[in-house]
Design a protein. Structure first.
Length: 411
């Protein structure tokens, strides 16, 4: 089938990452909804906070929540942690396989900084660590006493972190960098705050001591943060496959806008789960911020109407060779490292997405995607590793319009 062992490893790791992510996000969303749906009842045990009745799978469930712990723990206690750990481990493995092992291709942009792969990887790792440490300090500082003030601070911090990543790494690499950082913060919340706090409560209970309620309060705050960060992280993980999201100098700002959009979406559902009136007002800012993201993705990107027939005619007149020969020459020089049947790029055994350019018909068959990836978004080459000049990108735009013109004439 032409797939190498490394391809299968990446495929299986990605699959496992999705499975673990579904398990983690599912349990996270469920428990937030459950927590918000709890109601007081006179029939509850003395230390119980609230209860919820649910129906599913042909049966009824009566769930009771204790803010600290009941007087006596059951023999079997289920811990929800491995879903989060498995998601991060598989995600980190995937990030290493693609972005660290392929740092020259996906992490470095030589037009920004002439980094070596080890330096680029070090910058990435330090960025993730700084992200978690700064976030954790902010949560433990006086800012953490107000969820609203803390949220505003964290939004500005994440925006600054995203901007700094964009200044040093490739657009796609910086985009994924902030996604991995946010994902790491979410898992670290589980590993270093939520689970340790719960274990201390259990230990205190076993020792016949009065459990400290602060552990539960801190865990709830971090769990709420995870709930609001989930949708933005999913957006980034999916968005790295769409140049329209990251192949712009404002991708760092788009991420911040999506963090707000994701939080508003979660707020809508959280309010509904709490039995309150649906906050339909969130629809307006969600739509406006999404449209703003669309606009920002187009600000510094060449648009189709930029390459008008008149401008294309002018550009074509500057080239002494035939358009076909010119575009084939540029492709052979700037794209043949990867987009051939047997790529020469180290570690690459097949062309990305199976797209190769050996003959002119190969270009014609992919002319729309070539325009989107090369001329309209500057997503290819990744990090502009082969230094495709702006004039050469205009040649591909000219090629696109010529094909369009021929097709229209035939129709």
């Amino acid at each position: 089938m032409g797939l190498s062992l490394l391809d299968w490893v990446e495929f299986m790791v990605r699959w496992f990452h999705v499975i673990a992510g579904i398990a983690w996000i599912g349990s996270s969303f469920y428990f937030i909804a459950l927590d918000l749906s709890l109601r007081k009842s006179s029939s509850l045990p003395d230390q119980a906070y609230g209860e919820a009745w649910q129906v599913h799978g042909g049966g009824f469930y009566n769930l009771v929540k204790y803010l600290v712990a009941p007087d006596r723990l059951p023999n079997h206690l289920t811990w929800f942690k491995w879903e989060a750990y498995a998601t991060w481990i598989s995600g980190a493995a995937l990030f290493i396989l693609i972005y660290y092992l392929g740092a020259e291709l996906y992490l470095i942009d030589y037009e920004k900084m002439e980094l070596t792969p080890p330096v680029a990887i070090l910058i990435s790792i330090l960025g993730i660590i700084v992200g978690w440490v700064a976030y954790d300090i902010a949560c433990k500082s006086p800012l953490g006493k107000s969820n609203f003030i803390l949220s505003i601070f964290l939004l500005f911090f994440f925006t600054l972190l995203s901007w700094a990543s964009y200044q040093m790494l490739s657009p796609r690499g910086a985009f994924m960098q902030i996604g991995v950082t946010l994902g790491t913060i979410m898992v670290a919340n589980v590993l270093m705050i939520i689970i340790p706090g719960q274990k201390k409560v259990v230990a205190q209970l076993i020792a016949k001591e009065t459990p400290n309620p602060d552990f539960g309060i801190k865990a709830k705050q971090r769990s709420l943060h995870n709930n609001y960060l989930t949708l933005p992280v999913i957006f980034v993980m999916i968005g790295n496959h769409y140049p329209t999201a990251y192949a712009t100098s404002f991708s760092w700002l788009i991420i911040s806008l999506i963090i707000i959009v994701g939080a508003l979406i979660r707020h809508f559902f959280n309010e509904r789960h709490a039995g309150k009136k649906s906050p339909t007002w969130v629809i307006v800012p969600i739509v406006l911020l999404t449209l703003m993201s669309f606009a920002l993705s187009e600000v510094d990107r060449p648009k189709e109407d930029t390459f008008s027939p008149k401008k294309i005619s002018m550009i074509e007149s500057e080239f002494p060779d035939d358009l076909k020969e010119t575009v084939m020459e540029i492709t052979a020089y700037k794209c043949s490292t990867c987009h051939v049947k047997n790529p020469s790029w180290e570690g690459m055994v097949k062309p990305p997405k199976g797209v190769y350019f050996h003959e002119f018909k190969d270009l014609v068959n992919n002319y729309r995607d070539i325009y989107k990836q090369v001329a309209a978004s500057h997503a290819m080459p990744p990090g502009n590793i082969t230094f495709l000049e702006e004039e050469e990108r205009l040649v591909y735009a000219k090629f696109y319009y010529k094909v369009q013109e021929i097709l229209e004439e035939r129709n």
